[in-house]
Ligand binder design. Sequence first.
Ligand code: ZN
Length: 96
Amino acid sequence: MGRKNRRRPDEARDLGPTYASRTTETHPDGAWIVQRTTGAAATKPYRCPGCDQMIPPATPHVVAFRADDERDLENRRHWHTPCWAARDRRAPRAGR
Ligand SMILES: [Zn+2]
């Protein structure tokens, strides 16, 4: 039992069955892990970075975080599903 066991990707436990699906999407600003959640287990509202509005508890939405920051759960962002879908279009500097 070494101490290298500290922060295993055991967080599947944390992500739990709340997340119906989990995909990796590649966007102009990098790869994102995207999870669709039913929101059923959400007990607090989240602020959607797309429209700056709150996502009420128990609302199905998208949880996204950078693939290279996957371990950093604090980097997760909660988006309205349509806001995430429109994300690329909203960011003018994404162009290439
Ligand atoms: Zn939104």
